[in-house]
Design a protein around this ligand. Structure first.
Ligand code: SAH
Ligand code: SF4
Ligand code: F3S
Length: 460
């Protein structure tokens, strides 16, 4: 695999200055997962690098960038809706440049749709072409034609792109890109390409620089972090990487996502247990509690194997919290299979659950599977799952009443006069406070009670 070092596009920077005669304004919005949010930070970084400044609405912008997500139909619909809303803005401001990138644009059918039905979209660019963004803008300024790039697969990794981070204390740090797992329902392997790991030295350098800049909460990202290292000849697995980063001195936390259960090991749990900085929280998406459904999802583990790992983790790290993703209504999921999911949820007792109704993704294997479950049955199952989880959440959270917890203050809460903080185990606590200068600091909070998935307390 090739590693490429990013270089500033001087020609683009000159042309931008010449064309606008002032700093042009960028409105950028990222949809989807943290990987995509981090990509958005890089897009902003490379565009700032050639002279763009950020603005907060498409009406004020010279360039609008939508960094899209394709994970479910609803996600794509939302993007099409928001792009549609740009049409009158472009009519008002014909100089406005509109660019669409991210996971949606890695599908040829979607690029075709932009070509045919969205003539006011100027640039379409894939997930793996962030470093080429300045060049595309340069080309677009030079000729009036639209630049709609067809999806291409790239096998290299670009290092050293500028990252305009959206937060001053919490950071995303990708350790790998792509996915090779081909879960039968999932579009990600098609739109993000093959799995590629960054070199550990590059990860460590970025990690240290984040700590030096004062970041307190760093999340290592990958679609399946447990397969980190494959394809590199470093002989380092994900647990080794964690242990290496954990040695860096400082007062900070390490998180990671996502762990695929098929590759999560006892070594990983032991590494968390022995570490100083790794959070006592494990996001381990199970998707279903039925072995038959898991088999058809191509997940490569059984409910029993999953529960074994959970048991081991609970034994080793008693205060570890778990979270998970679950898909409800996978093609032809039976009532009995759904009940096995409920049973597993009751056994594990997740602190937090992300639940999704199955969404058919063209090109995936599950899209070819017959499905006789009605939408009504799916939404009923979803409601039942949420009811089971709500009860568990309430019990887990209520048990924190009376505890004093260390939190990283994240900023203002939903109501006036309230701020929120995050515990090591990913739970969120709200407390009365108006001192914005505490944002990004570790503080102690006495927990009084819980309301749903939020603890309530007072600053010590
Ligand atoms: N790589 C991560 C998941 C990334 S996608 C992992 O393997 O855990 C995040 C979640 O979206 C998935 O865990 C799954 O629960 C959900 N998801 C993915 N494809 C979906 C689909 N077609 N319909 C509904 N939910 C889906
Ligand atoms: Fe999708 Fe499965 Fe890859 Fe996760 S591991 S991104 S669910 S294919
Ligand atoms: Fe969406 Fe792409 Fe992430 S499809 S969930 S933005 S990898």
């Amino acid at each position: 695999m090739d590693f490429i070092q990013f270089e500033r596009n001087e020609a683009a920077a000159r042309e931008i200055e010449h064309h606008y005669g002032r700093a042009p304004r960028l409105f950028l919005h990222s949809y989807g997962c943290q990987q995509n949010v981090n990509d958005g930070e890089k897009i902003r970084g490379v565009l700032q690098d050639i002279g763009f400044v950020s603005c907060s609405s498409p009406e004020d912008a010279d360039l609008v960038v939508f960094n899209t997500c394709a994970i479910r139909e609803h996600a794509e619909d939302r993007v099409f809706g928001n792009i549609g809303a740009l049409k009158p803005i472009k009519e008002q401001n014909p100089g406005l440049m509109i660019a669409v990138c991210g996971c949606m644009t890695q599908q040829e059918t979607i690029v075709e749709k932009f070509r045919k039905s969205y003539p006011y979209v100027d640039i379409v660019l894939g997930t793996n072409a962030i470093d080429e963004f300045p060049q595309k803008i340069l080309e677009k300024l030079g000729r009036k034609k639209r630049i709609l790039t067809s999806p291409v697969e790239r096998t290299d990794i670009v290092e050293g792109m500028p990252v305009a981070r959206g937060c001053t204390f919490r950071a995303w740090l990708p350790i790998m890109y792509g996915c090779d797992n081909f879960c039968s329902y999932c579009i990600v392997p098609y739109v993000r390409g093959r799995e590629r790991s960054r070199r550990s030295a590059d990860i460590l350098a970025e990690f240290k620089s984040l700590i030096d800049q004062g970041y307190k909460d760093i999340t290592l990202l990958g679609q399946n972090v447990n397969s980190y290292g494959k394809g590199l000849d470093e002989g380092l697995d994900f647990s080794d990487l964690l242990a290496m980063l954990d040695k860096v001195e400082g007062d900070y936390r390490i998180r990671f996502m996502t762990s695929h259960p098929k590759d999560a090991t006892h070594k990983l749990i032991d590494t968390i247990a022995a570490s100083h900085h790794i959070c006592h929280h494990l996001h381990l998406p199970v998707q279903s509690g039925s072995d038959e459904v898991l088999r058809r999802m191509n997940r490569n583990y059984t409910a029993e194997k999953y529960l074994d790992l959970i048991r081991y983790a609970k034994e080793k790290i008693p205060d570890l919290t778990f979270s998970s993703d679950i898909i409800v209504g996978f093609p032809d999921e039976t009532e009995e299979q759904f009940e096995q999911t409920l049973e597993l949820v009751r056994t594990v007792r997740y602190a937090q659950l992300f639940t999704f109704i199955y969404s058919k993704r063209t090109g995936t294997r599950a899209a070819e599977m017959p499905d006789h479950v009605t939408h009504k049955e799916k939404t009923d199952r979803m409601a039942r799952l949420l009811a089971v989880q709500d009860e568990i959440t309430q019990e887990i959270y209520s048990a924190y009443a009376g505890k004093c917890v260390r939190v990283l203050v994240e900023g203002p809460g939903r109501e006036d006069g309230v701020m929120t903080g995050r515990l090591d185990n990913n739970m969120v606590v709200e407390f009365p406070c108006t001192d914005a200068s505490l944002t990004g600091m570790f503080e102690l909070v006495d927990v009084l009670d819980a309301k749903g998935a939020v603890l309530k307390g007072n600053l010590v």
